[in-house]
Design a protein around this ligand. Structure first.
Ligand code: WT7
Length: 654
């Protein structure tokens, strides 16, 4: 634990006294009422069993709601069988909702597609047959490297249908990052696209797949390629297959069979405190239960009338839980947008809200802060009156951004739900209920019904109201990760060993005088840049893999727009010869982009003569963070060479 909970920031937050109770009309019509908390507290496991039975259509009912006898390895809804794709698709069609729109797709260049539940079901059936025809069987892993296009959802659900395990890799990750994920999961199939559009220009994906698979020794047999932007791509005969050809040749008939409740649904890699990303494993029934329950309770979804839009990319867990699974299991109508918010103009999002009459919007604080910077004149030009619930996720939302979201986007009438959760938790854990909770700007506030979240001190004792500590979960929950793919020991060590019998989230938090929870950011070496999780160690490894670099230290420095920004300090090797006009910072930034992906590029790379180290040789990142954030570095007396910090601060001023 390299950082401590930031007390000063919290003291400011505590002065926040505004509260916004739900209107009586909203409360009266809300999906869940306040009595749900007591009901869930009375019999937590029974509460989830009831949710599981009422939300999902089971192929075979379960015998036991929770088996925690082999803790921390949980089994939920033991003995049950359920098919995720059937629950997201077929059953809505069978119930007579085949003509309901599932997805309003809007491509960045402005092309659109309206896909009903009947259409989407047929596409998924074809894709299920298609993947089977390529030899994919239950339990096989499929890597998905796609942009935000309907085929991404189709691919995920087709995998789920046949029991194949998808591993979605964000399209912004590099070929190297893709390859390491393919290797770790031993994927047999990769589904990708020629490319996508970014800021009005075609951008490519397939070349990264070709690069990733160039070196032998991988397990991939086929690459399915969606034609999206029509650019020329290299083709490996026998390995590569066109999506359109494959779908056309496949039957639109496919019967879904139930899979065991604990059958693996997907792997999603996320950054941890070491260099190697962790393959977070989620299984079927518990994950579906909690994503669908929370999607209905926290966003108050009314499937017949709401138009929901979650702006997250499918490459992150938010895209899994709140684009693909939660909304579709609930029979929602949603908007899917391929591109960036500023193309072709900075009003694109609000134009989409107006066009599709979006009523529930779920986005990230970094986006809200960016829009604030662009100015309220932009959203003010559009009719946003359809909006009735506004969600936030990914990082703490500062009260100022929260208020702007409420006033400018929600016109003071749409409740804001700040939702705390993680790739590991699978679904929302802490959030207000919009028809119940009086919301507070900047706080995620209350654990959801059936969720045992707490804030504890160093020794695992609960802190009293008004105090801070570490966020933990005391009891297993349905959508919890089951393990780290291929590394059960790392699962136990990372999450269940810091505090006896509790899940350690890695976040600092405080309880205010009402007992409401305020999230204060990570307490480990994980950074949060624009809601994207990055590991300091991973970026340091990327930097030292460059021949110029002898040593590197990376910190996350507070940034007004992105929450945190990556700042790197590097020592160059004595013998390197850098040609005139070559800028080592620019070269190293590009190198990190190539090794990990553009999202990981440091905002600044500072070449320094020495790094601050303790006498035992440990780099003191805390001091580097101080200077990166423009403060005088704190206590440097434990440094082996106390003069180092003065030198760095001096260089920085230059
Ligand atoms: C980390 C998890 C959950 C989907 C997106 C990120 C931070 C997430 C909030 C929030 C304060 C938040 C935490 C957490 N975080 N939501 N509402 N308030 N912090 O998933 O990439 O697994 O990152 O994001 O630090 O540990 P992720």
């Amino acid at each position: 634990m390299s950082q401590t909970v930031n007390g000063d920031a919290f003291e400011n937050l505590l002065r926040e006294e505004r509260k916004f109770p739900p209107t009586p009309e909203f409360a009266a019509a809300a999906n869940v009422r306040g009595d749900i908390y007591a009901k869930a507290a009375e019999d937590r496991v029974g509460f989830w069993a009831e949710q599981a039975r009422s939300i999902l259509t089971w192929s075979k009912d379960f015998d036991e709601a929770l088996d925690w006898s082999d803790a921390p390895f949980a089994k939920w809804f033991v003995g049950g069988e359920v098919n995720a794709a059937y629950n997201a698709l077929d059953r809505h069609v069978e119930a007579g909702h085949g003509n309901r729109v599932a997805i309003y797709f809007e491509g960045e260049p402005g092309d659109t597609e309206t896909i009903t539940y009947a259409d989407l079901t047929e596409r998924v059936k074809r894709a299920a047959n298609a993947f089977e025809s390529l030899g994919i069987r239950k339990g096989d892993r499929v890597a998905v490297y796609l942009p935000m296009i309907p085929e991404a959802v189709v691919t995920m659900l087709a995998c789920a249908r046949i029991g194949a395990v998808h591993s979605v890799v964000f399209g912004g990750f590099s070929a190297d990052a893709l390859r390491s994920r393919i290797d770790d999961a031993e994927a047999k199939l990769v589904v990708t696209a020629d490319g996508t559009y970014r800021r009005g220009k075609p951008s490519s994906l397939k070349p990264a797949v070709d690069d990733a698979l160039a070196a032998p020794g991988h397990t991939v047999e086929h690459v399915v390629v969606v034609k999206r932007n029509g650019q020329d791509v290299a083709w490996t005969e026998g390995r590569d297959v066109h999506w359109a050809d494959l779908m056309e040749a496949s039957s639109p008939e496919h019967t879904a069979v139930g899979h065991d409740s604990e059958h693996p649904l997907f792997i999603l890699y996320t950054s941890g405190t070491t260099g190697k990303p962790k393959g977070i494993l989620h299984t079927t029934a518990g994950y579906l239960t909690q994503t669908a329950f929370t999607h209905s309770a926290v966003f108050d979804l009314k499937p017949e009338t709401d138009v929901y839009w979650c702006t997250a990319d499918i490459g992150w867990v938010t895209g899994h839980s709140y684009v693909t699974y939660g909304p579709l299991v609930n029979g929602a109508t949603q908007v899917m947008y391929e591109g960036t918010p500023d193309t072709p103009h900075q009003g694109r999002w609000w134009e989409l809200v107006q066009k599709y009459k979006v009523s529930i919007l779920y986005t990230a604080p970094t986006a809200i802060r960016t829009m604030m910077k662009w100015g309220r004149e932009i959203p003010d030009k559009y009719d946003l009156s359809s909006l009735r619930v506004l969600g936030s996720v990914g990082e703490p939302i500062n009260p100022e951004a929260w208020m702007w979201y409420r006033e400018v986007i929600g016109h003071g009438k749409a409740p804001i739900v700040d939702t705390w959760w993680q790739t590991e938790t699978g679904a929302i854990m802490i959030a207000p209920l919009p028809g119940v909770t009086a919301t507070k700007p900047g706080s995620a506030q209350v654990p959801l019904p059936g969720i045992a979240v707490d804030v504890v001190d160093e020794n695992g004792a609960p802190v009293p109201n008004g105090h801070g500590g570490f966020l933990v979960v005391r009891e297993p929950w349905p959508s919890m990760l089951r393990t780290i793919w291929g590394d059960p020991e790392r699962y136990r060590d990372t999450y269940w060993s810091r505090f006896e019998g509790m899940y350690f989230a890695g976040d600092g938090a405080k309880k205010d005088d009402d007992g409401d929870i305020w999230l204060l950011g990570r307490v480990d070496d994980v950074m949060n840049v624009s809601g994207h999780r990055l590991s300091t160690t991973e970026i340091e490894s990327a930097l030292v893999s460059h021949e110029w670099v002898a040593e590197a230290a990376v910190v996350g420095a507070v940034d007004e727009t992105t929450g945190q920004a990556v700042v790197a300090f590097v020592i160059l090797r004595g013998e390197v010869e850098i040609a005139e006009g070559e800028d080592p910072s620019a070269v190293l930034r590009a190198h990190v982009g190539k090794e990990i992906g553009p999202i990981a590029k440091p905002k600044h790379v500072l070449v320094v003569p020495e790094l601050p180290k303790t006498r035992s040789g440990k780099i003191m990142r805390r001091l580097l963070k101080d200077v990166a954030e423009g403060r005088d570095p704190g206590d440097a007396t434990t440094l082996a060479d106390p003069g180092v910090m003065q030198q760095i601060a001096q260089d920085l001023r230059k």
